[in-house]
Design a protein around this ligand. Structure first.
Ligand SMILES: [Zn+2]
Length: 322
């Protein structure tokens, strides 16, 4: 299915909002079903041309995928879940109009979460996987899951090129630059800027139109996220098109609203903590009317406020620098 972005933004946004409720609960809920137990048979990808060489593959199941397609081949940003690999390959062939397009030369992981890296084991044997140093470290480590210890990822699924600050791929006639956001959604996040096509993939630093999951246990921080997004907005062209980690395709105005939402709520919680209010008191008062609907998805208002509270407690409540 090939869709022009401008025609369907409204319906797509609504459909995505509905789908994300269920899928993200599976990815991050208190007791997520293991990927092997999830049914992926009904998942379909929308193939959306953004601008220049860049496309978005959106299923509402797992993180949004970014694709550069052109004479040099395919670069893919994130890969959702392993059972979706064949559907992703079919979408890549549709974008590139060739069989070779199905095997990306490079695959960038925006961060380690399984709904963005689950396909690594399928694509890794053919593609050079690139990610921040902490993504490889976290993927390689065994970790505690809801149903016991999850072993580290197999070697084929691990990034083979790692970096600390930024890395560029010169591909399809443009510079594709992955830039680290220190302590944002996790401690290994990047945004990926397609500099010639004027598109940026934000990874999970941006949940469009909803409260985000901030993974404090993986080194994320609410204040770091605010700093990182502010930096992005100051750096990119004002007319850039944006692929969020989750939610509908967006623009800089949408990202500004999101940043204001983060800042206002962070300052609100900081102020109340300064008055000695408990988390329960802050949750009972809730958020201002403007952000009412933002907690309807998988991160409820209570959970979001708890994350801000915990994040500020860990940082000692220093100012995020406005
Ligand atoms: Zn994530």
């Amino acid at each position: 299915m090939r869709i022009d972005k401008s025609d369907t933004a409204m319906t797509k946004g609504r459909r995505l909002a509905a789908m994300l409720g269920a899928s993200a609960a599976a990815a991050w809920g208190a007791h997520p079903a293991p990927v092997s137990a999830q049914d992926f048979s009904d998942v379909e990808f929308e193939v959306i041309h953004m601008s220049g060489n860049v496309w978005a593959l959106i299923s509402g199941r797992g993180g949004n995928i970014g694709v550069s397609s052109g004479p040099d081949g395919t670069v893919m940003v994130d890969d959702q879940f392993a059972p979706l690999a064949d559907k992703i390959r079919a979408a890549l062939m549709e974008v590139g109009q060739s069989e070779e397009a199905a095997n990306p030369r490079f695959l960038i992981n925006t961060h380690w979460h399984g709904d963005h890296t689950g396909g690594n084991e399928e694509f890794g044997p053919e593609s050079a996987i690139i990610a921040h140093t902490n993504v490889r470290r976290r993927l390689a480590e065994p970790r505690q899951g809801a149903n016991g210890v999850i072993p580290g990822a197999p070697p084929d699924a691990l990034p083979v090129v790692t970096f600390d600050d930024a890395v560029s791929i010169h591909f399809n006639g443009e510079e594709i630059r992955a830039i680290h956001i220190p302590h944002g959604h996790t401690d290994g996040d990047v945004v990926v800027h397609f500099t010639g096509s004027n598109v940026i993939h934000m990874g999970d630093n941006f949940f469009a139109g909803r409260f985000p999951f901030i993974d404090l246990a993986s080194g994320g921080s609410a204040e770091g996220l605010v700093r990182g997004i502010d930096q992005v907005i100051q750096t990119v062209p004002a007319d850039i098109q944006i692929i969020p980690g989750h939610g509908p395709l967006s623009n800089v105005d949408d990202l500004r609203v999101y940043l204001r939402m983060l800042r206002e709520n962070l300052e609100m919680v900081r102020g109340k903590m300064g008055e000695g209010q408990s988390l329960e008191q802050i949750q009972t008062a809730g958020v201002s009317e403007e952000w009412d609907g933002w907690g309807d998805g998988f991160i409820s208002t209570d959970r979001f406020l708890a994350t801000l509270f915990q994040s500020l407690s860990e940082s000692g409540g220093e100012s995020s620098g406005g």
